[in-house]
Design a protein around this ligand. Structure first.
Ligand SMILES: [Zn+2]
Ligand SMILES: [Zn+2]
Length: 280
């Protein structure tokens, strides 16, 4: 956490316009760290034949609802994240108010949303909540459990040879890409479980396009560590963070602190398949 706090300080100095978002991000991360030591997550056992079959067919290992989750810890975290969000922006405060009201009237079971028995999207629509805020709070509350699961499940897959546009563990799309190591190998980071797997440098993770002429990129002046890879075939883009060029500690933080690039990409008419909660 110390390293993260330092990096956030550095980013705030460099980009003062991001202060509010970065403060919020830091508070969320501090709360998640607090519950990590007491987390109880059951291991998932997959049969060897089953694993081999999945890898051969290109299927992911689990569905989102199959992730082992510490429900008590996630519920506690959800409530503390609501406290933080309440102070973040007037819109979030209004949303938290709504969420709390519905929960206090026991109109839905938060734990069933965590296990996937009830879809978060449906709950948000039913009670007229902002989907983005509600799903963000849910996902951030589950994250410590998901990370714990990925630590074990990640050992069961070969992240270097998967080379597909979706996560080998949970099947979700990537939120952004990373370049790292000698020669700058390219990796994708799962938007749901946070697993990282390798993919070809020259390819669109969303439609599989590999034609050089229709894959472009741009970056902001003086910020060569962050670039936007555009695909002219599907008109989608992925942000790529070159970890060799910055002293990063958490890629998600770098994504949050470069929203100006998302704005540029969207102005050019490109879509981000999995936006972060601050992009629209
Ligand atoms: Zn995943
Ligand atoms: Zn594409």
């Amino acid at each position: 956490m110390e390293k993260l706090r330092k990096r956030i300080q550095h980013l705030k100095k460099k980009r003062p316009g991001y202060t509010e978002i970065l403060n919020f991000y830091q508070q969320v991360r501090e709360e998640q760290e607090k519950i990590k030591d007491s987390l109880k997550v059951e291991p998932v056992h997959l049969k060897k034949e089953w694993k081999e079959l999945l890898a051969r067919e290109g299927f992911s290992m689990l569905e989102r609802k199959d992730f082992p989750v510490d429900l008590e810890a996630s519920s506690l975290l959800f409530h503390s994240l609501c406290n933080i969000a309440k102070e973040a922006t007037p819109h979030m405060a209004e949303q938290v108010e709504k969420i709390r009201e519905v929960i206090s009237q026991k109109r839905f079971d938060l734990k069933k949303v965590f296990t996937g028995e009830i879809e978060g999207e449906k709950v948000a629509d039913q009670f007229e909540m902002d989907r983005k805020v509600f799903l963000f709070l849910l996902h951030e509350s589950l994250k410590p459990s998901l990370e714990e699961g990925v630590k074990r499940l990640g050992q069961e897959v070969d992240a270097e040879t998967w080379l597909k546009g979706h996560c080998p563990i949970c099947g979700s799309l990537p939120s952004f890409a990373l370049l790292k190591g000698e020669g700058g190998k390219r990796y994708l980071l799962c938007s749901y479980c946070g697993f990282e797997w390798r993919i070809d440098r020259l390819s669109c993770p969303f439609c599989g396009n590999k034609e050089r002429g229709s894959l472009q990129y741009f970056y902001a002046e003086g910020e060569e560590a962050y670039r936007i890879d555009l695909c002219e075939k599907c008109h989608q883009y992925i942000k790529t963070i070159d970890l060799r060029k910055i002293e990063e500690c958490e890629p998600i933080l770098e994504d949050v602190a470069t929203l100006h690039l998302d704005i540029l990409a969207s102005q050019k008419g490109y879509n981000r398949p999995v936006p972060n909660p601050w992009t629209s």
